[in-house]
Structures are given as C-alpha cells and as structure tokens.
Write a protein that binds this ligand. Sequence first.
Ligand SMILES: [Zn+2]
Length: 411
Amino acid sequence: MLTEVEKRVLECIDADEVVRWTQELVRIPSVYRPLTGEGEEQAAAWVRQRFEEMGLVTHWELVAPGRPNVIGILEARVDGPRKTLMFEGHTDVVTEGDPAAWSHGGPFSGALVDGRIYGRGANDMKGGLVAAMCATKAIIRSGVRLKGDILIGALVDEEGAMLGVKHFVERGWAKRVDAAIICEPEENHLCIAQKGVMWARITCSGVMAHGAMPLTGVNPIYPLATLLTKLRELEAAEIARVGRHEFLGQPSITPTIIQSPVSGEPQNNVMPGQARLTLDCRLIPGQSPEDLEAQIRALFDVVKAGEDGRLRFDFEMIESRPPTFIEREHPFVQLLHAAYRDTTGKEPIYGGVPGTTDGTILFARAGVPIVTVGPGDIHIPHHVDEWIGIDELLEATRFYAVAALRFLGVA
Ligand SMILES: [Zn+2]
C-alpha cells in the first residue's frame, strides 16, 4: 500500500517532462571517440544544468579531458547522521555504427513513435538516468522533506574501462553511499547478481629455431596446446564446483585470441619463439578473479614439468571485476521489492546481469550494496534502432521515487 505522502509525490511526476528530457539527452551524442576527443561533455553539461535548476548541490569532476562526472545531491536539512541513496547512471553511449542503418531519423533523433523513444542511449541508459532525475524532481516538487540524501551520479566511461566510477570511488564519494540503485536497462527486474569478468593474456615463451631443426630450439606451441586442454578441464571443474547460478547460469573460461608468432613475420619454416593466448573468463558468485588466476598459474607448473627447462609462461591480467551478489533477504532488496509491488501492483521479477556494470566497482571496491534495476528491454542495448518504452520509463520513475522515500524516510 502506498502512503498518502507517497501518492502525493507520484502525482508530482510530470510524464511529459520524463519523455522530453529523455529525448533531449538522447539528441546529444555522447559516444567516446578517442581520435577526435569527443565524449560525454555536452551530455554531462545538460545533466548539470538540470541538477542546478532542481537546486541540487552539484559537483563537476573531470575524470579525463572532456570526460566529466556530474554528481547531484538532494541534501536533507536534518541534524545528525543521515543515510544516502545513490542512483547510478552513465552518460556515455556506445557507437551508433552505420548511421544509415537507423530508422526514425537517424541514431540521435530521439524520435517518439508508438510509445517508444528511439536513439542510441535511449535504453542504455539515458532513459534510466532521466527516470532517477525525474523521481528526485517529483520529491522536490511535492514539498516532502527526506531524512536522508539522494545522490545521483551521472558518470563517464561505463562502456569502456569504467574510469568514471573508479574516479568516484577514489575521490571518496562511495564512502557516504549506503545503497545504490544501478539504473541500467533490466526491464525493471530486480537484478541481485552480476557476472564477473577476467580478461587475461598468457604468453608461452620458448626458443625460436629453423623448422627443419626443431630440436635446436624450444617450440612454445605444443605446451600452449597442452595448457588449453587443461583450461578446458579447469572450466569443467569450476562448473562442477560452483554449479549453475539461478540467474547467471554457469561460469566460463573462453579462449578468444590465439597468436603465434607473437611478433614478426609468420613463416612456414620458422618455429616461433612465442605463442600467446587471450582468455575471456566469466565468473559467478563463489568464484573470484584472484582464485582463478592462482589456479591457472598452477597449471603452468603442471605443463612445464614435462618440458624443456627454458620454457616459460607469463600471465598478464588485462581486466578483472568480481561477480556481485546481494541476498534476497537483504533489507535493501526487501525494501525495493515492496516499493515495486506497491507502486505497480505486480510482484517484481528477480534477475541477474550477464555482464558487469559500474555497480560492480561500487560493490567490489567500496562495499556498497547494489541492485541493478532500470527501464528498457534487456536485449536492446548496443543494437541499431535502440529504443525505450515510455510505459517502462514512467514505471521506473514512480518506483524510484517510492524507493527513495522509503529508504531515506520522510522528515
Ligand atoms: Zn549501460
């Protein structure tokens, strides 16, 4: 059941504004293009202007040239310690690809057709960011005073190395955050688990030689092949150990690049000195990148045992992000469950995120409890003709407002 105060806040949501703001933000391209230096700056400036108009305490923090995080805080005017709820979004979008492939006026049209807003970023995730902004605006407009703070983070580079959220954590912002809603497109499902990732480069070094006289060198390719078969066994052992996750399925160790020679001209009669393998490992709760790395390194010794003493393996971690998980029984999840049910009249659907999000960094580096829940079809991110449905957008706006009122309390 919604309280009278909650109903009053929901009446203050301006549906036309939710749509208009989403269109405006989609119309500002914010693809990061390293060659030209274009990035999130214009989109971030739009967000900053809205924050300032709403009266939020606004911070503009440059993460890299042309790439600012924008942080807006609705401060509670109460004495003593108070909680902070974060709504997390990112201002960058992925490339539009071939603009000619887009319908409805091109990749950044923000066209409104049959209840959907089209354009790169509409779904991932300018719609979700606008929903958080408009939920906060409704609370302000209603005159209801919160007992805690809403912090909206519009961060850069989620689609890249997640520099924005890493900067946010390094600057100490995450310390004050008690819980975060990651506004990524999940059809408003409550996603309580996210897969982790580990990208690693393994180089096997031997001794280069003439193909006609292989015994004068050490061929790295056979040992690398042996390692590959052992990695497949390791994958099977890890699947057997941690099982299938309810929302994420099973973990994987996937070789994605295999390369030899690593440098120089490949030639039929030259036995290369090096062979290299790149792995894309996806992790589920119960696994960690550190543990997986240790297990892979242990395989190096197993393979080397039967080989020439000059053979060497090197492990290089390219990127590692742990899986995240929050229990259904966690008070934050319970609160969101009830807020969703009371706002929509439906029981929420639980789910998991197959990839990683900025929330992964908040969880792993700062211990912030996170739930990923936002508007937008789960399968449409990064597609041509990306869209978001206005019904889901408004549902998220209403749900976010009630979630904030309940998490922070009304003064
Ligand atoms: Zn996203």
